[in-house]
Ligand binder design. Sequence first.
Ligand code: SF4
Length: 271
Amino acid sequence: MISYNELNISYPSIDLYLSMSCNKSCHYCTAWTLEMRNLTVDMDFLRSTLSYFKEYKARFNLLGGEPGLIKNLDEVIAEIKKNPNHIPAVLSNSFVRKRYPYVLEDPTIFYMEHLVLDFYGDKIEKLGNYDFFKKNDKNNYNIVIQTPGYFEYRKNYDLRYIDHDNTILKAYNSRSPTFNRLEQDPEEKRRICAAFPSVPVIDFEIKKIRHCSKKVINGSRQYEISQENIDKMMNYQLFEFEEYCKVCTEIIPQFRKEHLLDVLAASGPSL
Ligand code: SF4
């Protein structure tokens, strides 16, 4: 079983947007519809897509949309697990606990739960009626976005019970409509991000690669899924610094910059 740190260092992350459908309507989400559609994954498409990645270590994030709505999620996970280079990670609003509870019991599946809609000065508004995960060895994680409300709540209440290895704190970012950070990270950082953004996407609705799922979800560049394009993508040669990268105000984590600089120095193209 690999650790979360090893996962982050050695397994590039690829989002699989299985369906855009969700049972919730979080105000900051850019990739959902309450309309229920494409809930059964086309296994032939999944198999051929995974085959292009067969020589590469990769972490496949199953999301969209809410992965718990997918009717054959168990088949999808089993298919990914067939290749020892591939690690499945499920990102759910907690609905997976109801539909596919085995995901939480299997430590070879990383389960990331986005349980909080937001924090307020005096309460936490959750998406499901569950407690946060305690420290565990099952690879179950709380994902907590550090919104302004998070810091306000933390001033008033003791939140130390989530301060452990199974909580992932994420910066408040441009997914939120109230995010109004005007300054940009330096162009060098954005160029590195553009070469392999933290979230390139395989979109199962349009059956294409999307460059980036940040605020530009409907506008980022699309590519055909082919062996040639996947090889280029995994070798940092597919994606370019686009017009939307020039205006991007996403916070690009420093660890990604350092990690990608090392990789690019070893074998990648110049930026
Ligand atoms: S739009 Fe921003 S987050 Fe997306 S690839 Fe470009 S620089 Fe990275």
